[in-house]
Design a protein around this ligand. Sequence first.
Ligand SMILES: *[C@@H]1O[C@H](CO)[C@@H](O)[C@H](O)[C@H]1NC(C)=O
Ligand SMILES: *[C@@H]1O[C@H](CO)[C@@H](O)[C@H](O)[C@H]1NC(C)=O
Ligand SMILES: *[C@@H]1O[C@H](CO)[C@@H](O)[C@H](O)[C@H]1NC(C)=O
Ligand SMILES: *[C@@H]1O[C@H](CO)[C@@H](O)[C@H](O)[C@H]1NC(C)=O
Ligand SMILES: *[C@@H]1O[C@H](CO)[C@@H](O)[C@H](O)[C@H]1NC(C)=O
Length: 462
Amino acid sequence: MKIPLLATLLHVLSLVQAAPARSNSDSNPGLRGSESLVGYSPSEPSASKSAPDIKYTLLPGQKEDPNIGSYLDFEKADNPQPIRGSSGGDDPGPRNYNYDRINSDKLAPPGTDHGQTINAQWPMGLSHNRLGIEGAGWARQENTVVMPDAKMMAGVDMRLEPAAYRELHWHVASEWSLVLNGSCRIQAINENGETFIDDLNAGDVWFFPPGIPHSIQALDDGVEFLLVFDDGDFSEDNTFLATEVFLHTPKEVLAKNLGLTTSAFDNIPGDELYIFKGTPAPADIEEQNVTTSAGLVPRTQSYSYHFSEQEAHNVAGGSVKIVDPINFPIASNFSAAIVTVHPGGMREIHWHPTSDEWTFFISGQGRATLFTAPNAATTFDYRAGDVGYFPKSNSHYIENTGDEDLVFVEVLQAPQFTDMALGQWIASTPKQIISDTLNLSNDTLSKLKKEKQYVVAGNTTS
Ligand SMILES: *[C@@H]1O[C@H](CO)[C@@H](O)[C@H](O)[C@H]1NC(C)=O
Ligand SMILES: *[C@@H]1O[C@H](CO)[C@@H](O)[C@H](O)[C@H]1NC(C)=O
Ligand SMILES: *[C@@H]1O[C@H](CO)[C@@H](O)[C@H](O)[C@H]1NC(C)=O
Ligand SMILES: *[C@@H]1O[C@H](CO)[C@@H](O)[C@H](O)[C@H]1NC(C)=O
Ligand SMILES: *[C@@H]1O[C@H](CO)[C@@H](O)[C@H](O)[C@H]1NC(C)=O
């Protein structure tokens, strides 16, 4: 079977190569049409044609001035159409309704969108998932392979089933993590020989500097966590694993180094483990508290921060809490805020003067417009599990477009979490300057708030 098939394939290939020189009829009957199809033909049927009858009902916000740009909930539309006010037109297909329904700001962008920004969105649901062995978990990542302009940070979403490990390893980048679900035990040793071990719950944060070897083991309830690295090119597949360093060092050298015989390594794994099931960690952490003459990693340099126990700061439309090197010193350059936006509310228009922002959507849904100088703007719709990316000083907001709380984490590469708020800026600039520039009425100017709002309240858009 195989040889005739191959021979046929080679024959077809040779015909394809030779095609321009041959007439269709004698080479491949059925695959191509006749030469008479090229160009105008007086014999073409001239049946009367009419536009397809596409049935749809526009959503209320779809009829207004496109510059108002209300959120269009296409999940509630029978047959969503790329129409805003008098712009756009209907869509006979081909199309994928699944994408159109959840990306209404792509299908029917607000009239204020313009030009081309970077792509500021990657759904982890479109990432290849790397499955751990024997049902131990999985990991999927976002990096410059899928978001070429997200150069400063990359991220990984990882799951470990109860007692499963992320294998002992280290890497060149710095690793900042937020526990999303469940709990885990993390441990490490630093360059001074000082040791560290801690248990973390959902909402807690850890940080491992470059080169610090560490492990992560899920406790009884399993764990899911987010990892953020200070390098957009980072790949989770390129870390330094304990198994690999043993596999790729001569046994004679390992034996000499550790004061053992080569036979000590007869049973080491023949391949990397990466994500694998282990022996459940003892409930009492003290059983795994290895101390050396160097002592413990000092508390001020601790690799964990119990962020879940920090109260959120309530504001009109939701709440905010910040963790940055001011309260978590080891995580130099990792500044983050967890923002909760109630339905109808919005993370106010802002930008980060010192860093790009890497965002992960934890729950709910929202949209953001990325504004890039001089006049480019793109609106993106996000769901839980999506990554967002807003370059340094590029303004953006995040509006809750659903009917449950929207929760996300903003991560910066900065020694302190800072932002500039458009509202505070406008309100705190001499009125005459604003009035001369934007022609806002005195009444409007008198209503502006000089305080940073973080999250404003509002009516639900749907
Ligand atoms: C963890 O996930 C489970 C299943 O989705 C959910 O019931 C639970 O509330 C989650 N826990 C946290 C802390 O989010
Ligand atoms: C580990 O042992 C040290 C020294 O006895 C102690 O200070 C520390 O609290 C113990 N526990 C952990 C989790 O580090
Ligand atoms: C911190 O991040 C900024 C980018 O925002 C970078 O320019 C700087 O080199 C980083 N500093 C350290 C100490 O890594
Ligand atoms: C400012 O707005 C007023 C209406 O309030 C309008 O009459 C006027 O032409 C505007 N000025 C400029 C410079 O656009
Ligand atoms: C707005 O207020 C300024 C001074 O506060 C005043 O000079 C100006 O006439 C006012 N403009 C209007 C349209 O009332």
